[in-house]
Design a protein around this ligand. Structure first.
Ligand code: GLU
Length: 484
């Protein structure tokens, strides 16, 4: 059975890289009808951040990455288990207690640096006798437990699903700590015990863990356990090929929610950081990702995090949605925004804005003019080199054309978007022709009269959303402001 795990350490809010790991694990499992486990690796008490576990859960929930274990696993609640396995290695002579003080270890390191020797523990406590250990413990000294790195094999080799055959020398590997003096296991130790006990079939994690993998494999060997498969995902870099940083958009994943990104767009975008389906397709529905995702198609070269690509994906997903579904997203994003607003008008405004939105914020921050009166400097009504006279002439003709138009009765509010928007466009074009004015004399001032903005959707779209009566009112107000 395929079983993966997402094993974050609760040391902060999950970022892009952490969540990509979760997504790859999730997709790999779901594409094969397997199980996806959430395991909190909270054995580093110094780096533990209260609240981090909720951030992790919140992020996974938002993105719809449901884990299959009902009881969340916290390594800090499993100390007895790790102790039992450490005792087993101690008994078998595969691990030993080490009492070296911090000072001794620092001196050792400095000495090694001076002599240009590779850094590492010198296995000093390997030679302690049972008597020595009893004596030290009686004195109240608390040891750590170190793994006795065996002389053989001199290298470990594994067949990485992504990197192919990887071999790393272990003859310079120091005797690393498996249990700390506070009674907690180290990451390496707890990680392999749990992956074994939880029958994880493939460990999918970032490339930065490749150097740790020999430690893990040696531990598996010492227990006589079969290691899981390993798949180390490529690094994520910015478009400048430098390590991903805040400047490139490497922030907490929930910041993306706050900035109006859709969960589906984030999952789609992050799935593409290292994976493709063999074609140039970039937009995937979630079910499609689950169906097509294949670790064999994950590349080794660094994956480029390009926020422009995310923006494009987000915009495309927004445009692919029905207005009802998009409105639900807006509501989840900012319920406050819709409060007290005419729901039908909101729907029409969203229809107009949908064609140009990148994020949900583009609606909640740039569409206020649909709902409230507009304020602007009357000078803004005059387009480029046009004049006050031509502007007034244009606005008045539009007003006349609108009120006499039989194409658009005030029941325009129920005209379907496309037909309505076209009809308003026809009216504006006919005024340009009849009055012998330029497009700018008509489209610009009408647009400003309706939106009060320098940039906004086109006037015919706004007119359709506002309806004829409200549009007429705004144009009348514009005429007054120019005359006044
Ligand atoms: N707790 C480790 C982390 O924070 C897990 C690494 C692994 O997947 O083995 O990333």
């Amino acid at each position: 059975m395929i079983k993966t795990r997402f094993a974050p350490s609760p040391t902060g809010k999950p970022h892009v890289g952490n969540i990509r790991t979760a997504i790859f694990n999730y997709l790999h499992t779901k594409s094969k009808d397997g199980k996806f486990i959430l395991r909190i690796e909270d054995t580093d008490r110094e780096r533990f951040i209260p609240g981090a576990v909720s951030y992790i859960e919140e992020s996974l929930r938002w993105l719809g990455l449901a884990w299959d274990n009902e009881e969340k696993i916290h390594q800090s609640k499993r100390l007895k288990i790790y102790q039992k396995y450490a005792d087993r290695l101690l008994e078998e002579g595969k691990a030993y207690k080490c009492f070296c003080s911090k000072e001794r270890l620092t001196n050792l390191r400095q000495e090694q640096e001076k002599q240009k020797l590779p850094p590492g523990y010198d296995a000093c406590c390997r030679k302690l006798t049972v008597g020595d250990i009893q004596k030290l413990e009686k004195e109240g000294k608390i040891p750590v437990v170190r793994f006795k790195v065996p002389e053989n094999p001199k290298e470990v080799v594994w067949d990485d699903t992504i990197h192919g055959k990887v071999s790393i020398r272990t003859d310079i590997q120091e005797d690393f700590i498996i249990m700390k003096s506070d009674g907690y296991p180290t990451y390496h130790f707890a990680n392999i015990i749990d992956d074994h006990l939880m029958e994880i079939s493939t460990v999918i994690r970032g490339e930065e863990w490749i150097p740790s993998t020999p430690k893990h494999i040696l531990l598996y060997m010492s227990f006589g356990w079969q290691p899981p498969k390993f798949a180390h995902m490529p690094l994520i870099v910015g478009p400048d090929r430098k390590k991903l940083s805040k400047r490139h958009g490497d922030t907490a994943i929930m910041d993306y929610k706050e900035n109006g990104y859709l969960a589906d767009a984030i999952v789609n975008f992050l799935a593409l950081l290292g994976w493709n389906d063999g074609t140039t397709q970039e937009l995937f529905a979630r079910e499609e990702l689950i169906k097509k995702f294949d670790l064999k198609r994950v590349g080794k070269s660094p994956a480029v995090f390009d926020i422009e690509r995310l923006n494009w994906i987000n915009g495309e997903k927004i445009r692919a949605m029905s207005i009802e579904d998009l409105m639900k997203e807006v509501e989840n994003f900012n319920a406050e925004f819709l409060k007290g607003k005419d729901a039908k008008l909101a729907e029409r405004a969203l229809t107009v804005m949908q064609t140009r939105m990148v994020t949900l914020k583009d609606f909640t921050e740039n569409s206020n003019f649909f709902f409230e009166g507009v304020k602007y400097d009357p000078k803004l009504l005059i387009f480029g080199k046009s004049t006050r006279e031509n502007t007034l002439k244009g606005l008045k003709s539009v007003l006349k054309a609108l009120s006499s138009s039989s194409v658009i009765p005030d029941s325009s509010l129920v005209i379907p978007a496309e037909a309505g928007i076209q009809s308003y466009n026809k009216i504006l074009v006919s005024v340009v022709e009849a009055e012998n004015l330029s497009n700018g004399d008509i489209f610009w001032p009408v647009r400003v009269a309706l939106s009060g903005q320098e940039r906004s959707p086109s006037p015919n779209e706004i007119m359709w959303a506002l309806g004829k009566a409200a549009s007429e009112k705004r144009i009348e107000a514009a005429i007054k402001s120019l005359e006044g």
